[in-house]
Design a protein around this ligand. Structure first.
Ligand SMILES: O=C(O)CCC(=O)C(=O)O
Ligand SMILES: [Fe+2]
Length: 356
C-alpha cells in the first residue's frame, strides 16, 4: 500500500461514529451471538466493521495495482474511461461525477474492474482495461474478487435466513454465472495540503447501488449520516478491520428491514489530509436481470414490513438491477447534468422516509 508506513494516525480530537465489530471467522463457525450482532448492524445502520476476513494481503496487492494504474499517463487512463452512458467498469476521471444537485464535481479517480471480467479472464465479458490491470488480473485481482465475493455471499446467506426467506433465495439473485454490476474499485483521493474543508465532498453523499460492499480504508474521510441526525460523522479506519455496508438492493428486497445508509467521502481529517487517500471496495450487486422489489411473497416478515411502510413505492418497483445501476451511474456523470433534475434522477434509496 502506497505510503502505508508513514501515514499519521486518525486524530484523537475528531468525533467518530462507532460501529459494531463482526468477526467473520465466528460467522463461518455459525456462532449465534456473532450472527445476531451482524443482524443488529444490518438492521440499524447497515454498516459494521468486519475482522478476521482473511483478505488483508489481497487488499494490499490491490492497492499496489491501484497505485500502478493511477501512475499511468492521464491520456492512457482516459482510453479506458467509463463514459457517459451508464457503465461503471473502467477508469473514472476526477471531476467526472457530480457530488450534489448544484453539479459540484468530485475529485476522486477510480479504477473499476468487473467481477465478470475477472472471473472470465483472459476472456473479456464487458470491456478492456489498462495494462496495469491486465498484468495483475490472474495474480491479484481475480483472487481478491473471489475472496470478497465469498465474504459477501456468506453475509447474504445469513441475512437470507434471518429474513425468513427460503434457503438460497438471495443467493439466486447474485449468481456468479449471470452478468452483473459487481465490481472491485480502487479509489485515489489526492492530498489537499492547506485546503481541507469538511464541506467539500470528495465523493458525494450516496447510498450504495447494489447489495453488499466490502471496503478497505487506511485514512479517515468516510462519513455516515446516522438516521435521525443531520450531522456527518467519521468512521475511523481500524487496521485489520474492513468496513461492510449494505446497498439499495438489500433495502428493497427486505422491504426496508435491512438498511442502506447515506455516506460520503471528505478529505481525511487533521494531518492525514496532507496525504493521498486510497480506498478499495468490492461491490456485490444483483444479477442484471433481477427485478428490484421487496420479496413479500417469500417471507411473511418482509410482507409485514412492506404492509407497514408509509411509502411502498420503492418496494413495488419494476427496475431490473441493470437498469437501476445504469440510471444511477449515468445521471451522476458531470457531462449529463442539466440541473437538479438530473442529479435527483441519479438517486437510489437516499430519500427513504426514515432517513435523515
Ligand atoms: O472511499 C470510501 O471510503 C468509500 C467509497 C464509497 O463509498 C463508494 O465507492 O461507494
Ligand atoms: Fe459508497
Amino acid at each position: 500500500m502506497p505510503g502505508l508506513t508513514t501515514l499519521p494516525p486518525f486524530p484523537d480530537d475528531v468525533p467518530t461514529h462507532p460501529l459494531l465489530v463482526v468477526d467473520y471467522s465466528l460467522l463461518l463457525a455459525g456462532n449465534e451471538e456473532e450472527i445476531d450482532k451482524l443482524w443488529k448492524a444490518a438492521t440499524t445502520l447497515g454498516f459494521w466493521y468486519m475482522k478476521n476476513h482473511g483478505a488483508d494481503d489481497d487488499a494490499s496487492e490491490m492497492f499496489d495495482m491501484g497505485a500502478e494504474t493511477m501512475a499511468l499517463p492521464f491520456e492512457e487512463k482516459m482510453k479506458f474511461e467509463q463514459g457517459d452512458d451508464g457503465m461503471s467498469f473502467g477508469y473514472k476521471a476526477p471531476g467526472a461525477n457530480a457530488t450534489d444537485e448544484t453539479g459540484a464535481r468530485d475529485n476522486v479517480e477510480f479504477i473499476n474492474i468487473a467481477q465478470d471480467d475477472a472471473l472470465a479472464w483472459p476472456k473479456s465479458v464487458h470491456r478492456a482495461y489498462p495494462s496495469t490491470v491486465n498484468a495483475r488480473m490472474p495474480s491479484t485481482i481475480t483472487p481478491f474478487i473471489r475472496k470478497s465475493a465469498e465474504v459477501n455471499r456468506v453475509i447474504t446467506e445469513i441475512l437470507n435466513t434471518k429474513l425468513g426467506l427460503p434457503a438460497g433465495t438471495l443467493g439466486e439473485k447474485h449468481r456468479l454465472d449471470e452478468t452483473s454490476g459487481s465490481e472491485a474499485r480502487c479509489i485515489k483521493n489526492p492530498p489537499r495540503p492547506g485546503g481541507i474543508s469538511e464541506e467539500k465532498a470528495a465523493l458525494g453523499a450516496h447510498t450504495d447501488f447494489g447489495s453488499v460492499t466490502f471496503l478497505h480504508n487506511r485514512l479517515g474521510g468516510l462519513q455516515v449520516m446516522v438516521p435521525g441526525t443531520d450531522k456527518w460523522q467519521y468512521i475511523k479506519p481500524i487496521p485489520g478491520h474492513a468496513v461492510c455496508n449494505l446497498g439499495d438492493a438489500m433495502y428493497i428486497f427486505s422491504g426496508g428491514i435491512l438498511k442502506s445508509n447515506l455516506h460520503r467521502v471528505v478529505p481525511p481529517p487533521g494531518a492525514q489530509g496532507y496525504f493521498a487517500r486510497w480506498s478499495l471496495a468490492f461491490f456485490t450487486r444483483p444479477g442484471d436481470s433481477v427485478v428490484l422489489r421487496a420479496l413479500t411473497d417469500q417471507s411473511p416478515v418482509i410482507a409485514e414490513a412492506v404492509a407497514n411502510a408509509s411509502d411502498k413505492s420503492m418496494f413495488e418497483g419494476s427496475s431490473t438491477s441493470k437498469e437501476w445501476f445504469a440510471r444511477r451511474i449515468k445521471n451522476q456523470r458531470s457531462k449529463n447534468q442539466k440541473g437538479a433534475e438530473t442529479w435527483r434522477a441519479s438517486r437510489g434509496t437516499e430519500h427513504r422516509p426514515e432517513a435523515a
